[in-house]
Write a protein that binds this ligand. Structure first.
Ligand SMILES: Nc1ncnc2c1ncn2[C@@H]1O[C@H](COP(=O)(O)OP(=O)(O)OP(=O)(O)O)[C@@H](O)[C@H]1O
Length: 316
C-alpha cells in the first residue's frame, strides 16, 4: 500500500478559546496537487503550520510520508519543502548564497548542492541571476527563488501558504506554471492554500475549509457536479408557453437571465427530454455548470443555509 504524502486525522488546533482547526481529516496520495481553499480565518495557515512541524496540534495527528509531525518532527521536516506567506529570504545575500545557506542547513553535501543549485536556478528562470542580491529581484522572481530553495533538499511534499500573495497577474501565472510542471516533471506532491478560485481549480483535489472544518472535498469537477445547480437553459420563441409546457411535463422551470432554466443534477442526460417537453418553440439549448465560485459559496458557512433552501432540483 502506498504511504500518503500527508495525512491529517481528526486534527484540531486551538489558541486559547479560539478553535482554528476543528477535527480535520484529509490527505493526499503522492504526486497529487491539493488546494486548501477557504475564506480569511478558516484555519488554513494553522493547519499548514502543524503539518509543517512548526506548531504542535492541540489534538489529532498530522503525518508526512508516514511520519508523525509531533513524534518524529525531524523525519517529517526533511520530507517537506516550505514556502511561507511572508518573504523569508535574506535580501542582502545573493540568490546563490541563499540557496547555499539552505543546503547547509539541511545537510546537503557540497557537490550535490552545487549541481542542484545550477539546475534549480535554470528551472526557475534565474539562470544568470545567481550572483544578484535578492533585493534586486522582482517579487515574482524572489518567489520563484523561494520555491527553488524549498526544493533544494529534494523533499517529497512542497507546502505553500498563499504562494502568489502580493504578486501581479503575470508573476502569478509564472509561479503556477512552475508548480504544475513540478508535479509532471518531478512528481513532487504539492499542497497550497489560497482564496483564489482560479488557483484552486488547478489542483487535482480541493479541501474547502470553513470555520476550521472540512466543508467540501474532491476534484474541482466532482465538487462542481455535486452541486445541485447545474442548469439546462433553453432559448425559446415564447418563454411563457415553454414554461407552461415544461410544467405540464413535470419540470419545475424558471425564467432567468439566460433563458428558460431547468435545474438538473445530470443535465447532459436530461437535455433531449427537456427539449422535447418544451416543444418546437426551442431555438437553442445549452448546459450551464456551476463555477468554482458557486462551489465555494455553497460550502462556506455564511451561504450554507441559503444553498439548502435554494438548491432544490427541478428535474422530476
Ligand atoms: N497565534 C494565534 N493566536 C490566536 N488566534 C489565532 C492565532 N493564529 C490564528 N488565530 C485565529 O485562528 C483562526 C484561523 O486563523 P488562520 O490564520 O489559521 O486562518 P487562515 O484561513 O489562514 O486565514 P487567512 O486566509 O486570513 O490567512 C482565526 O480566527 C485567527 O484569528
Amino acid at each position: 500500500m502506498t504511504v500518503p504524502a500527508f495525512e491529517l486525522s481528526d486534527l484540531t488546533v486551538r489558541y486559547g478559546p479560539v478553535t482554528a482547526v476543528d477535527g480535520v481529516s484529509a490527505g493526499s496520495a503522492p504526486g497529487l496537487v491539493t488546494a486548501l481553499l477557504g475564506p480569511n480565518g478558516a484555519g488554513k495557515s494553522s493547519l499548514l503550520r502543524v503539518l509543517s512541524t512548526i506548531a504542535p496540534p492541540s489534538s489529532g495527528t498530522a503525518r508526512v510520508f508516514g511520519h508523525d509531525t509531533r513524534a518524529e518532527p525531524l523525519a517529517a521536516r526533511t520530507r517537506i519543502g516550505l514556502v511561507f506567506q511572508e518573504r523569508a529570504l535574506d535580501t542582502d545575500l545573493s540568490a546563490e548564497q541563499n540557496l547555499r545557506f539552505h543546503a547547509r542547513l539541511f545537510g546537503v553535501g557540497r557537490a550535490r548542492a552545487r549541481e542542484d543549485i545550477l539546475v534549480l536556478l535554470e528551472r526557475f528562470g534565474l539562470a544568470g541571476r545567481g550572483r544578484d542580491r535578492v533585493e534586486t529581484l522582482s517579487g515574482g522572481l524572489a518567489r520563484r527563488l523561494e520555491i527553488a530553495r524549498a526544493l533544494l533538499h529534494r523533499p517529497g511534499l512542497l507546502i505553500l501558504d498563499e504562494p502568489t500573495n502580493g504578486l501581479d497577474p503575470e508573476a502569478r501565472q509564472t509561479v503556477w506554471d512552475d508548480l504544475i510542471r513540478l508535479r509532471s516533471e518531478l512528481g513532487v506532491t504539492v499542497l497550497y492554500s489560497t482564496h483564489y478560485m482560479d488557483e484552486a481549480e488547478l489542483a487535482d483535489q480541493i479541501i474547502i475549509l470553513s470555520e476550521g472544518r472540512v466543508a467540501g472535498f474532491g476534484s474541482p469537477g466532482r465538487l462542481k457536479s455535486e452541486l445541485r445547480s447545474s442548469r439546462i437553459v433553453l432559448v425559446t420563441h415564447d418563454d411563457d408557453t415553454a414554461l407552461a409546457r415544461l410544467a405540464e411535463a413535470g419540470f419545475d422551470a424558471v425564467i432567468d437571465s439566460d433563458g428558460v432554466a431547468v435545474r438538473c443534477r445530470e443535465p447532459e442526460s436530461r437535455m433531449a427530454e427537456v427539449i422535447r417537453a418544451a416543444g418546437p418553440l426551442v431555438r437553442a439549448a445549452s448546459v450551464h455548470h456551476p463555477s468554482m465560485n458557486d462551489v465555494f459559496l455553497a460550502h462556506t458557512a455564511a451561504n450554507r443555509d441559503r444553498e439548502a433552501a435554494d438548491g432544490t432540483v427541478s428535474c422530476p
